[in-house]
Design a protein around this ligand. Sequence first.
Ligand code: SF4
Ligand code: SF4
Length: 330
Amino acid sequence: MTDHPTNLALQIRKEAARLGFAALGFAAPTPQPVAIKRVTAMIEEHRNGEMHYLETNMAERTNPALLLPNVQTIISTAISYNYPIEYHDGFPKISRYALIEDYHTVMRTKLEKLLAAIKRIMGEPLAAFIAVDSSPLLEKNWAEVAGIGKTGKNTLLKVPSAGSYIFLGEILLDREIRSTPLMLPNYCGSCQACLESCPTGALIAPGKIDASRCISYLTIELKREFTPDEAAMIGEWLFGCDLCQEACPYNQQASISAHELFTIRQELLNLSTEEIFNLTKSSFRKLFYGTPIFRIGLRRLKRNAQAVEENLKKNGDDLTRETSGKVTLK
Ligand code: SF4
Ligand code: SF4
């Protein structure tokens, strides 16, 4: 028999904490016109670069009932990967989230365990759908509705005490579970640190990103070869970019640190461009299998390494390095 809804929410929260989630909240699957408008504007203003998949599946992304018929609740969760890291000059940089086990696997396993616990707690059969990034769902929006975080001027969700170094995952249920969401403040105030830290001007306004100028997009999502401008833009970043997160004071103060399953793969630290160039298909697989980098393949990784090598060489000529690895064009 189903427990009282408030008790139920509490028990699920406790289970989530036990499993190491940094946050969990419940959202009703109501229409989200503001979120739809935001995505539509990005596409209409051609700020999605060549991520054409964003132009399709709009119906699924905006209507979770297409993922789970009769969906009543979206459980939004976050896991932290906030761990300290020090980059060394002269080496290509890899975004924090890619130096660890691929979060898709870790998050899905955690959500499966949480779902099993929910079924146990509720004691009745229920239909559910687990979503981890690859499923079309406006997950940042649902996280906000569920009250687990607030989107900052860098367009990333900040979770109280955990900051923005978090992964999101959702469980859709055909049962109604409600809990009053936290009313979170606007954390940013007059801060502009992320906009000022972005070396490519990808953050064109508070909360507005032009993906085609973002190093993360260029090094991870863009499939073709770089134009000379794009190659120069990536600076020293081999995969991803964390500059607008490193600059955020909420990440510097975050008290929740990385989940214990997210430990750095030491062999990925301080890889040289030469080591990347020398990789064969099998050594690439050996080194990167199980990390997000494996998903872009060896050709694109070498493309990135080539651009980084040229940028490192130019460093001191037409590039001026600023603090924390930031690179600005003169
Ligand atoms: S990830 Fe890097 S390039 Fe993209 S918006 Fe943030 S600072 Fe700019
Ligand atoms: S750096 Fe400042 S403006 Fe940017 S997301 Fe963080 S708090 Fe907001």
